[in-house]
Design a protein around this ligand. Structure first.
Ligand code: ATR
Length: 481
């Protein structure tokens, strides 16, 4: 079940949240502790108005809620709310058997026995969950993973407790995969927020249902993803998931925040992942775990696509083709014979090699000259410092921007603010957020032809899709990034 955590302080606003999300959710959790005292008193009427199974929760402050009532007052409030037809009631692990539990059992309301850990994963999580489920209740742990290892631990615990009715929630950014793959973890439900996710670790009901189709995951679902750090704002799930859906391919693609590539490979084995994309800063770090790499990966020294092969992982680089694809017509018609590549970092390597392979004369400009020199020597091209950019005005056919300058949220910066475009150049920025960078704005003002990072992102994604599934990316699908 996808369960919407209601955040309103009146029953009416909670109902509005349900209405706005009704087609994405199977149940809702009424947080009695979020309601005003007057509204709390009316809570018994809520389930019949909601029209779907509702969990009743009155969370104490020490468990992350807002309730500061005494235990006696809290019990009284829960008891009166239980006059309504709630499907579940959440009772914390340490609460002794009392009249709330008795009333719930009498009425056939299922009990969720929960504990919370906001600092980490308790060592005894396994035995606690096991014990909580002993009386036929649903055991719930909301814990806080901080590393890739923690996430792997949570999936392992979930697997060990396969036959126990449970809900395992990974709070914060590190827990997102287990929230999305809740069915893989054998959790009864996953909690979702309304609208756009506003806090780290939250996933909206709409994304869970429409983007990830989290409720459709089964034993045969192929798991794919993207690793990076940071990674949560990536647009790649919006390329791959609609692609899978469009060709009826039973698969899911989700972001994994990673701190340790070696452990991620263990997690990938554990989840039987079939492939994943790699973004900053792991494009080099994955290399040592690959049993097979393509010529491009060898030459560029960076891998952005990993696919499972029998007994090994294979590394590919679709950035290379993704970059070339949008400018192929201009390359083939001979419009691009010389290029200025700004930046000499990881992203620049694929760009420089792609252009050199097409016979383009390349000059690399970089803030740190030694890095430009190293890349230039590897690829037989010229190099210079950023400060000398003006020397190349009017002398090149293509200017490519590969640095992180201008990236969201620093919209108003360009690595070459004083470079004057003549209007004849083709300007290409590989940044895709924002689409129109300061660099491209300057080029547009001069009348240049523009190419956007979005084009490269999409092209490299389509090639990954092919590597992942063996199928072409659906032609008539235009994902919004
Ligand atoms: P990536 O793998 O994304 O390319 P990177 O390897 O850190 O990331 O490279 C970032 C590129 O952006 C480099 O060319 C870097 O220049 P330096 O080699 O001098 O570090 C460039 N860059 C980053 N911040 C910059 C800034 N404020 N001004 C100019 N160039 C910058």
């Amino acid at each position: 079940m996808i369960c919407l955590t209601l955040s309103g302080n009146t029953l009416e606003s909670c109902l509005e949240e349900i209405e706005a999300n009704r087609s994405y959710i199977d149940s809702a959790e009424l947080r009695l502790d979020y309601l005003t005292p007057e509204e709390q008193k009316k809570a018994a009427s809520f389930p019949s108005m909601a029209g779907l199974p509702v969990i009743l929760t009155l969370r104490r402050k020490e468990d992350g809620g807002k309730c500061t009532l005494s235990e006696r007052e809290r019990r009284a409030l829960l008891l009166s709310a239980l006059d309504g037809d709630y499907a579940y009631v959440d009772i914390e692990e340490d609460v002794k058997k009392n009249d709330v539990e008795d009333k719930a059992r009498e009425k056939g309301v299922k009990i969720i026995r929960s504990f919370h850990d906001f600092s980490g994963i308790p060592d005894d999580i396994y035995s606690r969950l096991y014990r909580l489920a002993e009386r036929g209740d649903i055991a719930k742990a909301a814990v806080t993973p901080h590393t890739t290892q923690d996430l792997l631990t949570l999936f392992r615990i979930a697997e060990e407790l396969k036959d126990v009715p449970k809900i395992i929630i990974g709070m914060g950014d590190w827990g997102i995969p287990i929230r999305i793959l809740y069915k893989k973890a054998g959790s009864l439900l996953t909690f979702a927020c309304s609208g756009e996710a506003v806090a780290p670790g939250q996933v909206s009901a709409k994304d869970l249902k429409l983007l990830y189709r989290a409720d459709k995951v089964n034993d045969r679902t192929g798991i794919y993803g993207i690793i990076g750090n940071p990674v949560l704002h990536t647009s790649s799930p919006s390329i791959h998931n609609p692609g899978f859906q469009s060709i009826n391919y039973n698969a899911i693609y989700l972001p994994f925040l990673v701190d340790n590539v070696r452990i991620f490979f263990a997690l990938a084995e554990y989840l039987k992942m079939r492939g994943f994309s790699v973004t900053v800063p792991f494009k080099d770090a994955v290399l040592m775990y690959l049993g097979n790499i393509t010529r491009e990966v060898k030459q560029i020294g960076a891998c952005n696509t990993v696919v499972r092969m029998p007994g090994m992982w294979k590394g590919m680089n679709t950035d290379y083709y993704g970059f070339l694809q949008p400018i192929l017509p201009e390359l083939e018609s001979g419009k691009i014979k010389s290029a200025l590549v700004i930046g000499a970092g990881g992203a620049s390597q694929a760009v420089v090699w792609a252009l050199r392979n097409r016979g383009v004369k390349v000059t690399i400009l970089n803030r740190t000259l030694t890095k430009a020199e190293k890349l230039a020597k590897l690829n037989i091209c010229e190099y210079d410092t950023l400060d000398n950019a003006h020397l190349y005005e009017g002398k090149v056919d293509l200017v490519v921007q590969t640095t992180s300058v201008g990236l969201f949220p620093n919209f108003d910066t360009s690595p070459v603010p004083d470079f004057h475009f003549t209007g004849k150049e083709i300007a290409y920025d590989i940044i895709y957020k924002p689409k129109m960078t300061k660099f491209l704005q300057d080029a547009e003002k001069a009348g240049c032809t523009l190419h956007f990072g979005e084009e490269m992102l999409l092209e490299q994604g389509k090639l990954q899709f092919e590597a992942f599934t063996g199928y072409h990316y659906p032609k008539d699908l235009h994902p919004s990034l």
